[in-house]
Design a protein around this ligand. Sequence first.
Ligand SMILES: [Ca+2]
Length: 203
Amino acid sequence: MAPTIARWSRRLRVRSVPALTVGLVLAAATPADAATCIGFHDGRTAAAMEDTDNDTVDDSRDTCVGVLAGSTGRDDAGCPDGFSPYTGVSFDHAKHESWYRRFWTGSCDGLGFFDFCLENGQFWDAFSAETLDRVPPDARPLLQAQLWSAGRYIGHEWARDNDIRRIDTRQLSAWYEFVGDATDPPAALQTICREAEALMAAD
Ligand SMILES: [Ca+2]
């Protein structure tokens, strides 16, 4: 039987967005492979002689306090200098992984005509590059680490099946626009991460 319009539309990567509930307690409803949206903070205001992330950089001069799973190395300031978004990440099925790749790279490889995947230039790596360009050079290592962490958290959920995912394309596009329009991109990223965590924690 040919797919009906209703079935087609159900497979489209657009759905209505559940209203955000402000002030939600962030419960532990996040996937184990992407436990927090942003796990990094600027540690330069931390107490001296502390190294809470065990990266041998005293947190009082550690630009990126936190541990990013999937990072491939660290610079002298304690920030990850490379990242693999697939390390430690599990998928529901092959198309989940293909959509996750689409999220990062913009490529629809592995997805068919009826997946309605668009290669429209809107993807996390491009968004990250544009966002990093808008902050001073000394702010980029921390923001890059936060973008990697947030991308894994948001992308893994966005890439799941339409009937279970809590972050859809309309929401993702709104977040791209929100950060893109913000005068303080790092603060805007924090905001969308709090919203993402609220969506993940909602019943
Ligand atoms: Ca440290």
